[in-house]
Design a protein around this ligand. Structure first.
Ligand SMILES: O=C(CO)[C@H](O)[C@H](O)COP(=O)(O)O
Length: 262
């Protein structure tokens, strides 16, 4: 099975596998969305089945909820959990301050709510996600469908007046139709190239009527576990300033890969 994985997928896997070690017995854990987070869910499922790890998972999307149940994780809602010990999620970009762009997988709203309700957030990512300045990845903005074209025009006008907007903004599509989030909203992807002041941009976007939330995660992430295609991992902790280097063996496991293809 390992021979079929690309170096990027291996990097995502080793980051997820290392991060799964941070989950302790009895924890309530926010489970992110996306391909890296899906590896995490599989690794945690393996720990539940093989080590008897007792944990409850709070998924950030219907996709993750489905996978988590499939691999044997006890799934509960955020309202049941109320507060979480830890959230582990992927990211589209992270910078040196561990600020993030998220939402490439369309789940930023639940992801931000769950991460904010956690004592700690750990991001898992392949090394290709590290950037000096956020913004090369299009910034997702979740908006209500009502009057979305008016909201788009307002967002564009405001960002042009702030000298922020690069090329344009595009409505995320799913084939011929708008992509619809788990909350029934649409997504606007902002093509910005480079975000000079992400904190200010996030505040401005969230003040606009019609905008529900944006994909900038500022001061939420505590640690990043970075995976490399050759099995190396690096754990950077923003609070302690420590960097820990490690290696994860890429072991083929029928259990782990049996549910591939979510
Ligand atoms: O924010 C996200 C979903 O909304 C994902 O974490 C992000 O898109 C990274 O995805 P992947 O792990 O597949 O590269």
């Amino acid at each position: 099975m390992s021979g079929e994985l690309s170096p990027i997928d291996k990097a995502k896997f080793v980051a997820a596998k290392r991060a799964a070690d941070f989950v302790e017995d009895g924890m309530r854990v926010g489970l992110g969305t996306g391909s890296t987070a899906a590896w995490l869910v599989r690794c945690l499922g393996e720990r539940v089945r093989e080590e008897g790890l007792r944990m409850r998972g709070i998924p950030t999307s219907s996709r993750t909820a489905h996978l988590a149940r499939e691999v044997g994780i006890d799934v509960i809602s955020l309202d049941e959990a109320k507060w979480l010990d830890l959230t582990i999620d992927g990211a589209d970009e992270f910078n040196g301050d561990l600020n993030l762009i998220k939402g490439g997988g369309g789940a930023l709203l639940q992801e931000k709510i769950v991460a904010t309700a956690s004592d700690q957030m750990i991001v898992i990512a392949d090394i290709g996600k590290e950037v000096e300045h956020l913004g090369a990845f299009p910034l997702p903005v979740e908006m209500v469908p009502f009057g979305w074209q008016t909201t788009q025009a307002l967002v564009e006008e405001t960002l042009i007046s702030m000298d922020v907007l690069g090329n344009n903004s595009t409505l995320r599509m799913n084939g011929e139709r708008p992509f619809v989030t788990d909350e029934g909203n649409y997504l606007l992807d902002l093509h910005l190239n480079r975000i000079g002041n992400p904190r200010q941009l996030s505040l401005v976007l969230n003040q606009m009527p019609g905008v529900v939330e944006n994909g900038l995660f500022m001061d939420i992430c505590d640690k990043v576990v970075i995976g490399f295609g050759d099995g190396r991992v690096e754990v950077r902790d923003i609070n302690s300033g420590t960097v820990e280097k490690d290696r994860v063996d890429f072991v083929e496991s029928d259990n782990l890969f049996a549910d591939l293809g979510d």
